[in-house]
Design a binder for this molecule. Structure first.
Ligand code: URP
Ligand code: ZN
Ligand code: ZN
Length: 444
């Protein structure tokens, strides 16, 4: 089946052109002006519309169990791979990269197989990062087999029950370097934040504002600085997930200037909200780690987006239902951490471009081209070029959209984005040439 996208403005990170785009058998086979429509083609009129590469959300946590509090209460994130990718696709995401989180004692390859079975419900393309939840000779040895199975990135945590010590982190960086992969890191100073949490709870300071105060800017900055130091010792590339603070950004900028290969990812929740959300009646719904920081950090992150210090935007989509969030109303340490975002992130960033804050090309670079490149999905993903997968979003810059739980598609029973008004919205999403959302109602 062939589809001809006629008369649109095709946007890549490298620039834009008024062009037609032809898709055959799920691939882009022609881009140019005046491509003739023939009887075997479905024609999509894209006049006054933008034709964009689908977004690559490189940080989701679908059907993921997390352990909360000192007694490690298990919670599962609200979206499974079907609901999560349905929501993602409705917002113009055509690839998600989720995580395999092996149990301690479990082999990486066994955990990968289990995760692939769960991910089979996805309605768009997916890939997986492998978390390293323990380091020993067996796990380091198995990393090769995981790479051979198509994984290009490993993730470590500096906090939570699955954190690594600095020595273990260093071993992981060295092994990753040997394998030509990249280590991703959740960077926060664990000992300091744990002490803060215990001190606040002991003083009866239990509401979500103390979630923020227990993990303030300095806690994240110290984590990021240490992670960068370890990457320098190992001379290995490092990808910092969900960067949320100015101090961390400065450390990234300094390391990049010194020639280190450091990638920084931030998320829309850190670009739109500030720590003031932790004073709202629904503060628990915004509890995520690292927490959303103050206005100075928000501004710095936007600056980092404009000047190139930030490489990617992803979502860290990990929502929990209201009743679960409410279980921590008398103790912030009992609130499951995580917020939603996969359906809103591309529309939010594109809306900011539409309002003139950055260019559409830069949004495509941050949300599609760069993550595809870093996680070795290009040239199939990340750009609309000859031979690439036809992962295409048709975007209407004139469509007004107010985000609500009712007009979005996550299985979660609220959204922190409720009431946020966007200028422009994706109206169709194609995965390898197949319409997955849009047109006459949602297809999936
Ligand atoms: O609060 C968050 N971010 N939850 C998801 C797990 C993580 O740390 O990325
Ligand atoms: Zn994290
Ligand atoms: Zn995460």
């Amino acid at each position: 089946m062939k589809t001809l996208f006629q008369n649109g403005t095709v946007i890549n990170a490298s620039g834009r052109q008024k062009a037609d785009l032809l898709v055959s058998d799920g691939k882009i086979t022609q881009i140019g002006q005046g491509i003739e429509a023939t009887a075997d083609m479905q024609v999509i009129d894209c006049t006054d519309l933008l034709v964009l590469p689908g977004a690559v959300d490189a940080h989701t946590h679908f059907e993921t169990q997390i352990l909360v509090g000192t007694d490690n209460v298990p919670y599962k994130s609200a979206d499974d791979f079907h609901a999560g990718t349905r929501a993602a696709a409705c917002g113009g995401v055509t690839t998600v990269i989720d995580f395999v989180t092996p149990l301690k004692g479990e082999s990486l390859t066994a955990a990968l197989d289990k995760r692939k079975a769960e991910a089979a419900k996805a309605c768009i393309d997916y890939s997986l990062h492998m978390c390293l939840t323990e380091i020993n000779d067996d796990r380091l040895g198995e990393m090769r087999a995981v790479v051979d199975a198509g994984v290009s990135s490993f993730k470590v945590f500096m906090t939570y029950a699955i954190r690594l010590t600095d020595d273990e982190f260093l071993r992981a960086l060295r092994r990753s370097k040997e394998l030509g992969t990249v280590i991703m890191v959740h960077a926060e100073a664990h000992d300091e934040l744990e002490k803060n949490r215990a001190d606040f709870i002991a003083q009866g300071l239990t509401d979500p504002w103390y979630h923020y105060l227990s993990r303030p800017e300095s806690v994240e900055t110290k984590g990021v600085e240490r992670a960068i130091e370890l990457a320098a010792i190992a001379d290995a590339p490092l990808y910092i997930v969900h960067l949320a603070c100015e101090g961390g950004l400065r450390a990234v900028e300094k390391a990049k200037k010194a020639g280190q290969i450091i990638y920084a990812e931030t998320c829309p929740q850190y670009l739109h909200f500030t720590s003031d959300v932790y004073k709202r009646p629904d503060a628990a719904n915004f509890v995520c780690s690292p927490p959303i920081k103050g206005e100075k950090s928000r501004e710095a992150l936007w600056q980092g987006i404009k000047n190139g210090s930030i490489d990617t935007i992803a979502t860290d989509h990990c929502p929990f239902n209201l009743a679960e969030k409410a279980l921590g109303k008398d103790d912030f340490t009992k609130i499951p951490n995580g917020v939603m975002g996969t359906e809103n992130f591309y529309p939010y960033m594109l809306s900011e471009a539409n309002k003139g804050r950055i260019s559409y090309e830069r949004v495509v670079e941050l949300c599609s081209e760069k993550p595809a490149e870093i996680f070795k999905l290009s040239p199939n993903k990340g750009s609309l070029t000859l031979g690439a997968d036809a992962d295409i979003v048709i975007y209407d810059p004139s469509k007004e959209f107010v985000i609500s739980q009712e007009n979005t598609h996550s299985a979660c029973d609220y959204t922190i984005w409720e009431g946020v008004a966007l200028k422009g919205y994706p109206i169709q999403t194609y995965s390898k040439g197949k319409l997955v959302t849009g047109g006459r109602g949602f297809v999936i």
